[in-house]
Ligand binder design. Structure first.
Ligand code: 9MR
Length: 571
């Protein structure tokens, strides 16, 4: 058969196979599977549609409740799809719906008054931190979700952790009890704990009244402190144990030498070590403790904490600043657990100096703040923006020692950059690359955009912040709602030792997975990432995929912040 003939035959066969309203085999209608506040900008991603009309139908009865046309689709390099957007902002009747084109339907979603559509999601994403608690049993009465009991025995007492050294001699052991596991592994890392605590404590400060009433059903619920602050205190108490009181230095991590097998915490009994002491870690510790000293000042449930935290912060800062040559963290050769290694210390020092300036008013910290760096979306590897965020929200404490207009200008530049990526990209996502933890980057971007909306008093950032949440909850190229236990197309096989080993078919709820990334496509064997050409789709719901399907403190925290800000924006 010659080329023209085969083409004609192809067309003929195709026309026989297809109904009147042509439906592409790869059409996809990806909505936010939890739903949209009635007042919000409401968008869903439509991929590869050959027609330019869609409808919204009632999820139960199938009755059409809304119809609209679609703008012309454009090809999106990151996903390989022809993408357009269903914008149904005008439709605001509360209910449960699906989008529909021809016979193709989206996963169901709700439209609900105010931000209440996210109430359960916010509770559970924050509750995820309770499930991360180390050295304690997770009790049944705090561990139920949708009728499933995620309780477990205590693991990793960590009351005697060995200080790692290459030098033979007497073993030194220290207490490093408590705290949260970092991720799907059982390590505890100071650097990642620090950014996570900044994110959560700042979220609390921005909407404290709201969080004061948020019941997480944790052991401390019912005391005088907001549950989110009780939960953070579990981590802060552990973090204080990471400081060497002799000189103020701070250990980098508590881990076994190798990542444990996929077993429960109580079954992981290998020796745990305190490994490394570097200045980035001490600055991050100083920043976190200085911030926490303000948040818990006058707290009657933790009366001694504030003073203790501030003293610890100053001591850690002095130790770090006294280093003549900064040494960067490197794993010892017999250790393969995470490193969270910094490549230079300017950002950590900027953050620490910002928090200490706010907490003490001491001008020596202001002299460090040069504002010459590029402020990025917050990331454990670049924490300058955490300082910027704290400065911006604590104008009164600065007493003119820092130019608040400059702080706001730098923050606005970052928010505007995100906004233009959102406006200009076919895929809307304010991100140039899909790296390890891309979902954390989207959550952090949304968090920054939501802060910009409130602080700069400009609504234009809110729709982009909302879209970051829509992306995470399903309006993305994979069609997954990336939070465990939520949505109808949701991760089931996360890279989390507890979820793999607990014998329960569904993963622990409330966790944001890392998301699409091409950083490490060999974790499940080379053949497992069929979509390697398209980074926006490079996601695997398999427990081997630690680069795309792990969970981590520093990804959940910005999601909590983003959701809480969205909820409060629509009150
Ligand atoms: O989130 C971290 C990511 O930015 C790095 O590229 C990656 C490799 O170094 O490590 C990630 O953090 C992991 C940490 O090292 C150990 N616990 C699990 C974390 C999430 O995957």
């Amino acid at each position: 058969m010659d080329y023209i003939m085969s083409l004609k035959k192809g067309i003929f066969l195709a026309s026989l196979a297809l109904p009147m309203s042509t439906i592409a085999a790869d059409i996809a209608l990806q909505a936010n599977q939890i739903g949209y506040p009635a007042q919000a900008v409401k968008q869903a991603m439509i991929c590869n549609s050959l027609v330019s009309e869609y409808s919204i139908v009632d999820a139960k009865s199938g009755t059409v409740v809304y119809k609209d046309s679609l703008p012309k689709a454009k090809s999106w390099r990151a996903s390989g799809d022809n993408v357009t957007w269903a914008d149904f902002t005008k439709f605001s009747i509360p209910g449960e719906y699906k989008l529909k084109i021809g016979t193709k339907e989206s996963e169901p979603f709700k439209v609900q008054k105010d931000g209440h559509v996210y109430d359960e999601l916010l509770t559970q994403t924050m509750k995820g931190f309770y499930f991360w608690r180390c050295s304690t049993p997770i009790e049944s009465k705090f561990a139920k979700f949708k009728g499933v009991d995620y309780s477990r025995k205590a693991g990793h007492p960590d009351d005697k952790v060995t200080v790692y050294t290459n030098v033979k001699g007497t073993k030194v052991q220290r207490n490093a009890q408590g705290g949260w596991y970092d991720a799907g592994d059982y390590g505890k890392y100071t650097v990642n704990a620090a950014i996570t605590l900044h994110t959560l404590l700042t979220a609390y400060q921005l909407n404290s009244k709201y969080f004061d009433n948020l019941d997480l059903n944790i052991p401390e619920s019912g005391n005088h402190t907001a549950d989110i602050l009780d939960e953070c205190m579990y981590e802060l108490k552990w973090m204080l144990t990471m400081q060497d009181e002799a000189d103020g230095s701070v250990y980098n991590k508590v881990t076994t030498l190798q990542f444990p097998d996929m077993i429960m915490p109580a079954d992981d009994r290998k020796e745990r070590f305190l490994i490394g002491k570097t200045a980035d870690c001490a600055y991050d510790f100083a920043a976190t403790m200085a911030l926490a000293s303000r948040v818990y000042k006058g707290n009657t449930d933790y009366p001694d904490f504030s003073d203790k935290a501030l003293a610890a912060a100053k001591k850690a800062y002095e130790w770090a600043a006294s280093q003549r040559h900064y040494v960067m963290f490197q794993n010892p050769s017999d250790c393969n657990t995470g490193s969270y290694a910094s490549s230079e210390m300017k950002d950590e020092q900027f953050w620490a100096a910002s928090e200490l300036l706010i907490s003490t008013g001491d001008a020596k910290y202001a002299s460090i703040l040069k504002f010459s760096q590029y402020f990025t979306v917050p990331f454990w590897g670049d924490v300058s923006t955490l300082g910027l965020i704290s400065l911006m929200h604590n104008e009164n404490a600065l007493q003119g020692k820092v130019d608040i207009k400059l702080v706001e200008k730098k923050f606005k530049e970052l928010a505007d950059d995100l906004l233009s990526m959102y406006n200009e990209s076919v895929g809307r996502v304010p991100m140039r690359e899909y790296f390890w933890g891309s979902n954390g980057q989207v959550a952090n971007s949304g968090m920054v955009l939501a802060m910009a909306c409130k602080r700069l008093n400009s609504e234009k950032y809110l729709s982009a912040a909302q879209y970051c949440l829509d992306y995470i909850l399903g309006a993305n190229a994979t069609g997954y709602c990336f939070v465990t236990g939520f949505g109808t197309k949701t991760p089931l096989n996360i890279h989390d030792r507890r979820s793999v080993a607990d014998g329960i078919s569904t993963p622990i709820p409330g966790y944001l997975v890392g998301g699409p990334s091409l950083d490490q496509t060999s974790d499940c064997g080379n053949s497992s990432y069929p979509t390697v050409k398209y980074p926006a789709k490079a996601y695997l719901d398999m427990s081997c995929s630690y680069s795309t399907n792990e969970i981590a403190l520093n990804w959940n925290a910005p999601l909590v912040s983003l959701i809480s800000q969205i909820v409060n924006a629509y009150k």
